[in-house]
Structure formats: structure tokens, C-alpha cells
Design a protein around this ligand. Sequence first.
Ligand code: G4P
Length: 524
Amino acid sequence: MQKNIHDEITSRRTFAIISHPDAGKTTITEKLLYFGGAIRDAGTVKGKKSGKFATSDWMEIEKQRGISVTSSVLQFDYDGKRVNILDTPGHEDFSEDTYRTLMAVDAAVMMVDSAKGIEPQTIKLFKVCKMRGIPIFTFINKMDRQGKEPLELMEELEEVLEIQSYAMNWPIGMGKEFLGIYDRFNKRVELARPEGNERFLPIDGEGELAVEHSMTETSYYKQALEDVMLLNEAGNDFDEERIAHGELTPVFFGSALTNFGVQTFLETFLQFAPPPQPRKTRDGEDIDPESELFSGFIFKIQANMNPAHRDRIAFVRIVSGEFERGMSVNVPRLSKTFKLTQTTQFLADDRETVDEAVAGDIIGLYDTGNYQIGDTVVGGKGSFEFDALPQFTPELFVRVAAKNVMKSKQFHKGILQLVQEGAIQYYKTLHTEEVILGAVGQLQFEVFEHRMKAEYHVDVQMEIMGSKVARWIENEEDVKESMAGQRALLVKDRHDRKVFLFENEFAMRWFHDKFPDIRLYNLL
Ligand code: G4P
């Protein structure tokens, strides 16, 4: 490879955009790709309503629903950086894939709709990022519309998410009266409606516009100035170290749709977003991205992206070293070596063969059923394994069975495979061994049903159990079956651990009061 591996690795910026549906994730992604020159025409990524999916050969269900079920990876170059955006399903029926994608990134961008503030799905995804301690950058979107007051939004951010914030810029007016942003970081005002070529106006040492402009007479400018003074005096300080640890989120205001503030955001983001980070092995050792040995882990398995080939693709986040097509890797779980000849990288919807990639990049390996979510792949004879990926607490449950009992063998084979892929979580009742499936999003059940039919030719019968509060038990030996009941179902997970499925939070608290010695805990 004709390049300096150090420069290649440190140029990588790998992140995900998290948001509640409709906050503008797709819109900003398109704009970012546009700046990166990856697409010629913003609006081609995955037009939910434009029907672009009709040309995609991804899963049938995506086409039927017109949504993106799976996370894809988008890559472009900007300012000497190689940017990898791991897209996360944007529909409200998001799934565990979304969570797991966050295990493979070094930073997150959180999109917030300025009229709606912090919404439920944002909170869930934020928590996973917070748990990992990765930097989180906030983009408050839709300033071209009337939304909540900016100070109110900052307060909400800090209170609901319990993270401190630093406003990198501040809106001057909003909606029809949106004049631009006061850029505290770059010490300039960016105009929403530039006259001529003048998009930026400088700010002087006093913090006021250094040039004459009609905006200075407006109440919006005066208000923004007042707010900024308040932030200067009473707000948090800009602190790179705290941003790097996810303790302080830099906040940007803008409008993805009108492409306002997006480029400034991208440039500042790339300045502070970290390059590929080390990752811990099960023995507690940190694997440095620049270590010579190639290593990575599988965070997602996507089945049948091309129905004609019935292939599976295992997505690998490269943790260290350099990938070259044809290299041999060891999968320590299997103590088995594979030669990686069929690999793919993702650019918008086009899959293309990848020959080389480095730490920070994502590659897709064609899989004939060997890999599992969480597997480590390591070059040569390397034998360490990375920390296991967390299992997430499911919130929705269904009882399933094959409609035709004669198909029971196929049914169990299908379930086993889909569970291994991480598509769904498996539980069973204690004695009757009825199958219960758990998921974090409704869509996982639909995908399950569809795939059982399409790939295993089994019609399944699903009985909705609804949402439950699942809790594992620290002192399993003290649990008696008589503690279970209608409102606290006792089941086993796929590792044979006992789990209570409570009707709701109230039922869980009641249980806790009644059996205070039983120590319950939830997964992430
Ligand atoms: P998502 O991926 O987070 O779900 O959101 P998406 O980008 O699809 O945006 C959701 C809706 O919000 C879209 O409108 C989009 O045009 C709009 N939107 C995104 N950014 C902005 C912004 O900065 N300002 C305003 N005013 N609207 C914005 P839609 O009508 O639901 O879809 P479409 O018909 O435009 O595709």
C-alpha cells in the first residue's frame, strides 16, 4: 500500500448520527455526503418518500415499508479526513442493531428537533453513548422554523440527559426571522441570507459585530448578544478534554434542510472528533489502532442483502492495523482461520469490493454462516478476543410457534440462526419450553416473521405479549417459582439464566417490596 499507515489511521473519523425519527438525520447525512463529494445531488441517499428504494436490492421488507431496516456505512473524504458515518435505522421501530452500531463508533452526533426538544428515542441512544464515554456532538436542527427558545433547549438538554453543554454558536432569531448564527467558536456571524458573497461577518473583541450591518438594529441580534453574554459568564467553559470523555457536549444550531450551518458544523466536528480509539480485550489489554496486527470485531450481521445470492454479510469494525484482501484471519471463538477474499465496503447504496482498509474503517465480510455478532477477527495467529458486546434489555415480547407442527425442526433451526445473528432475543418458559422472543423494537418481530418464511419456509404464529420490564437476578438460587405469577412471568434466556418479565414498572416495584432479598438487575 503506497501510503503512510500512521497518517491513514489518524485521518479516520468514524461516527454515528443518533436521533428520534424525523429530527433530520437523513437530511443532514445527505448534506454531509454532498460536502464530501460522495453524492452529486443531495436527496439520493434513501429518499423515504421518493421511492429510491425501488432500485435497491436490499431486503424485501425495506422496500415494502419504505424504510431502512439496516444500518449501512457511508464514507467520504473531507479536509484530509476519511469520514465513516455508520447510519442507524431511523424509523421509530428501531432495533438492537441501532444500539450495537454505537459500539463500533468513536463519536456520535445527536440531532435534536428545535421544536420538539429531547425525544424518547434520543434518550435511549444517548444513554448507550454515555455508557461508552464517547464524545457526543449536538446539532439542534430546523432553526428555519419556529421552535423552542435556545436557552430552554440547552436547559432541557442538561436536565433530561444529564450532560453539560457548550454552545458553539447561537441562533439570531428563528423561523421566518432566522437571520443567522452567532458563531462563538469561530468568532464570526454566519448570515442566513448573505448579501452578495459575504457569508461571514467578523466579531470584535467586545463580542459585537465588527462591521456595520442592518441586523444590529434588530431585537433578534440584541437578544442573541444578551444570551451569549450570559453564556460567557454563567455557562460552561469550552473544554476539549471533557468533550473527549463525553462529559460536555458542544452544541451547534442550524438547519439541515436549508443547508445552513452544516458545513461549519462538519469542519468543527472533524477538528474535535477523535481518530480511531484503542479497544479493550477480555484480558483488559488495550489494542492500539496503530498496532501492526490487524484486528477487528463483528458488530452486525446482515442476511440476504442480495436475495439472489442468499448471502450474509458480517460487518467488521477494524480496531487495529491494516486490512488487505486475501489476508488470513483467525476467529478465536472457533480457533479457525479464514482467508478474506470476499469483502465489501459501503458507499451510499452501492456495494463495491474493498481491497484495503485500516483501523477505524468498516468492512463487510461475506459469510456462509461462520460468524457471530461479537466475534473477534485477528490477523495471522493472533488469539485475543475483544470485550463482549453488551446484550440489551428487550422491551417487547411475543410467544411464537410454527403454524405447522411438522415444520418444527426448521422452526428451531431458523430461530437459532436468527438469534445468533442478533436479530432477536430468545427466551423460553420454564417447564413447557414455549418460545418467547424479545426485542427492543417492534420491527425486529416483523423481520423475524418475514425471514422465517422467506429463508426457512416456516409460517410462524405470534401471540403478542406486549411490553414487559425484563429483569435478571443476581441471586438466582434464592428465586422460587411461587414468586412468579400473572404479572411477573419467570422465564429463561438463551444462556439458561432466569429472567422475570414484569407486567410494568409498578409490578416490578410491588415484587421488590414483597421480596426485598431478590436482587434484580437489567442489562443495558
Ligand atoms: P430522520 O432521518 O431523522 O427521520 O429525518 P429526515 O431527515 O427524514 O427529516 C424529517 C423531516 O424533517 C423531513 O420532512 C425533512 O425535510 C424535515 N427537515 C429536516 N431538516 C429540516 C430543517 O432543517 N428544517 C425544516 N424545516 N425541516 C427539516 P418531511 O416532510 O417529513 O419529508 P420530505 O417530504 O421532506 O421527505
